[in-house]
Design a protein around this ligand. Structure first.
Ligand SMILES: [Fe+2]
Ligand SMILES: [Fe+2]
Length: 362
């Protein structure tokens, strides 16, 4: 086993021209790792009380709805054929993009898609690491078991996105700095409920909205099948987060609550900036600031950012984290209207229980 520790997060693209790195022999592999240290405060649970509540039911569902990345997705289907000309897109209004040849426009769009998918992959690895921490940190018995089942779910998600990127997209971007700093914050904070808020409510809530949109807009059946299965798992994770935190946060003092409310707000702001793929513009030799400014002003970007908040804001409100202090900040972001939208706290058992039927994903 060879492991190389890095002092800094890698910034280089990985291309997979012919061979992917999914089946290398042990001799050929050097794992590249980056260390984080965390003052994890864990707890045993000595009463083993199984409360027959929603958390228990969600754990049971998690066990029932396990799936297998290799077996439940048919990876052998060909990639959809490419159109002759690049699709119409908001970039058509941007001069540096206009100047590209059609071939280069396709290449730019491939890089943009790879960038987004790579962020999904890195976010899933973050979820895997946080879920495993929650097994130790969660104080109640049901929550420990649930977190263990979520840990396995997240392992599957990492596996699926990695396979997709290596075998179909053939291009992987490093983690973006915004997402990385949020993951660092969540993984290294000693307070377990902050990990919980950051991961189950903010990152997963935003991911759920982003996955749904990606599934609707993709023309690759493999990708749609994969997202269908992942979205079912994520919906369970967010539901767990809302239900558990709703109970727990009621016990905190006002001061402690405000601290968590501010953390959630800051996390939302970081995640909002996650959509802007600066690394791609740099790669194409564009003026990064200029491209970011153009992108952030387009309707597509604004609509997407709002879509992300439609899921997160109602959930934050439900668990009591839109306090009077942070309310004006959300107002400034223009997302306060979503407060009264449906939350993931009201469990739609029928939809969470749907069998593994991929015909739904078409
Ligand atoms: Fe996940
Ligand atoms: Fe998840």
């Amino acid at each position: 086993m060879k492991i190389k520790y890095l002092d800094e997060t890698p910034r280089k693209l990985k291309e997979f021209p012919v061979e992917n790195e999914l089946n290398l022999s042990e001799q050929e592999v050097t794992d590249v790792a980056e260390i984080f240290s965390t003052p994890l405060t864990g707890s045993y649970n000595w009463d083993y009380t199984v409360q027959d509540n929603r958390i228990k039911k969600l754990y049971e569902l998690g066990k029932e709805l396990n799936w297998n990345v290799e077996k439940d997705i048919d990876w052998d289907r060909p990639l959809p054929e490419r159109d002759e000309t690049p699709p119409e897109i908001f970039w058509d209004q941007y001069e540096p993009y206009q100047k590209l040849s059609n071939e280069d426009k396709f290449e730019f769009l491939r890089h943009r898609a790879s960038w987004s998918l790579s962020q999904f992959l890195h976010g899933e690895q973050g979820a895997l690491l946080v879920a495993s921490q929650l097994v130790s940190c969660a104080p109640t018995f049901n929550a420990k078991l649930y977190a263990a089942s979520q840990t396995f779910d997240e392992a599957r998600h990492v596996e699926a996105f990695n396979k997709y990127l290596q075998t179909r997209q053939k291009l992987m971007y490093p983690v973006g700095s915004g997402l990385k700093s949020l993951l660092d914050k969540i993984l290294t904070d000693p307070r377990w409920d902050l990990k919980f808020i950051g991961m189950q409510i903010i990152i997963e809530g935003l991911a759920l909205a982003a996955f749904n949109l990606a599934k609707q807009t993709s023309n690759d059946p493999v990708f749609r099948d994969m997202l269908y299965l992942i979205i079912r798992d994520e919906a369970r994770h967010v539901t767990f987060g809302v239900n558990y935190l709703e109970e727990y946060l009621k016990n905190l003092s006002q001061e402690e609550l405000e601290e968590r409310a501010m953390f959630a707000y800051e996390a939302c702001v970081v995640m909002r900036g996650r959509l802007l793929s600066a690394e791609v513009y740099e790669k194409f030799g564009w003026d990064v600031e200029d491209a970011l400014e153009f992108q952030s002003k387009t309707d597509v970007t604004n609509n997407f950012q709002h879509l992300l908040f439609t899921r997160v804001v109602p959930n934050l409100s439900r668990i009591g984290l839109i306090t009077e202090k942070v309310r004006p900040l959300y107002d400034e972001l223009g997302v306060l209207d979503y407060e009264s939208w449906p939350t993931d706290g009201d469990i739609d058992w029928a939809s969470l229980k749907q069998p593994l039927d991929l015909s739904e994903s078409a």
